[in-house]
Design a protein around this ligand. Structure first.
Ligand code: UD1
Length: 365
């Protein structure tokens, strides 16, 4: 079984790492890794390959940044050549970034089976490019690997065949548990952020990069107002995504001294900081799930989430994107301090194993 696994942007790397590792125990599976180059800065890409122990890609498409159309088109053109050369039995895509959409389209048109890891998630918000990527990818997927029960329901409602939907759990949690064990063994010594880490439970960790939050200066200013207010109570550690960095400096939006700006962090540095925070503020999809897996309270700086299980478990609260709504959510989370949260079903570190078992059984030889 020859499989091309696709990764392009930062949130893909933590999903492919455990899937790739789990494949190594099956000699009958040959996995080749394709990096589209959607993210390319060292700290957005190579740093993750090192932390997550992912081997160097077999193919690097080097597409870089661009408008959605340009980026998607460049990936498609380059990936088509790889598919023609390699003739894989399966193309595996993860998540919801432009690389996910581009590579699944190319594969399917060449009659190559497509597996989508993290299928079925829906925010029902078509202003998010990721929602379009999820819907289009799922329209042509052969193997739906689903992280939470809402995903199964969404796919069934859309008429997808039940026997192709596999509720396997969350590969990102496979990676997270592996990395937590690694940190425990090494104690975090040697990490570049050790010296700036405050006492456990005494700080907030923030990430913010979604176009709908950062691309419009008025919106970013309003969110910054809430963050400045919150930082008068607890210091906030903030690794800044390149997109956000650009907007903050172009529009000279002031953040208070209580917010410590950091460069984008590698996986282990970030985990080392957020796992002991009293609260995570984020608009990332992945961090909503990772905080849920470790029971860390999280406020999601969005109006909706495609990951409703994180809300059901109690760890995640939707904070909206205005100063008033974020402060309201902050007040609520503070009042709930000390609560313990549940962990979603099958978020047990074994999702990647389940994926390969399904593929070995069901993929036509
Ligand atoms: C992409 C994903 C988003 C994911 C995010 C994580 C899509 C549609 N969006 O958004 O789902 O949550 O990655 O980071 O696929 N840039 C750099 N260095 C890099 C990469 C990007 O400086 O290595 C800058 C470029 O100026 C670029 C901008 O960041 O224009 C945005 O990058 P892009 O990949 O277009 O989108 P993200 O916002 O990163």
């Amino acid at each position: 079984m020859k499989v091309l696994i696709i990764a392009g942007a930062r949130p893909n790397f933590m999903k492919i790492a455990p899937v790739f590792r789990a494949a190594l125990q099956y000699p009958e599976i040959e996995c080749k890794l394709v990096h589209t180059g959607q993210h390319y800065d060292r700290e957005m890409s190579q740093a993750f390959f090192e932390d997550l122990e992912i081997p160097a890609p077999d193919f690097h498409l080097d597409v870089g940044s661009g408008s959605h159309a340009i980026q998607t088109a460049k990936i498609m053109v380059a990936f088509e050549q790889v598919c023609l050369q390699e003739a894989p039995n399966l193309v595996m895509v993860v998540g919801d970034v432009n690389s996910t959409l581009a590579c699944s389209l190319v594969a399917k048109k060449l009659q190559i089976a497509v597996a989508h890891v993290e299928a079925g998630l829906r925010s029902f918000d078509l202003s998010m490019p990721e929602e379009i990527n999820r819907m289009v990818t799922d329209a042509i997927t052969d193997f739906y690997f689903v992280t939470e029960e809402s995903g199964v329901k969404n796919l069934l409602r859309e008429g997808k065949p039940e026997d192709r939907i596999h509720f396997v759990g969350n590969v990102m949690v496979d990676n997270l548990l592996h990395q937590v064990r690694k940190l425990e063994k090494g104690g975090g010594a040697g990490l570049s952020v050790s010296r700036i880490k405050p006492e456990a439970g005494d700080y907030i960790f923030l990430t913010l990069h979604r176009p709908s939050n950062v691309d419009e200066p008025a919106k970013l200013l309003d969110i910054a107002g809430a963050l400045n207010d919150i930082s008068t109570e607890k210091p906030i550690l903030f690794p800044v995504h390149p997109r956000t960095n650009k907007m903050l400096s172009e529009h000279t939006i002031e953040l208070s001294d209580g917010i410590r700006l950091l460069p984008p962090l590698g996986f282990l540095d970030a985990l080392y900081l957020w796992k002991d925070a009293c609260l995570v503020l984020t608009d990332s999809g992945g961090l909503q799930e990772e905080t849920t897996a470790l029971g860390v309270p999280c406020i999601t700086l969005r109006e909706n989430t495609e990951r409703p299980i994180t809300i059901e478990m109690g760890s995640n609260t939707l904070g909206g994107t205005t100063r008033a709504s974020i402060l309201k959510a902050y007040g609520k989370v503070k009042a709930n301090r000390g609560l313990r949260y549940g962990v979603p079903p099958r978020w047990d570190g074994l999702a990647s194993e389940r994926i390969w078992k399904v593929l070995l059984r069901d993929l036509p030889k």
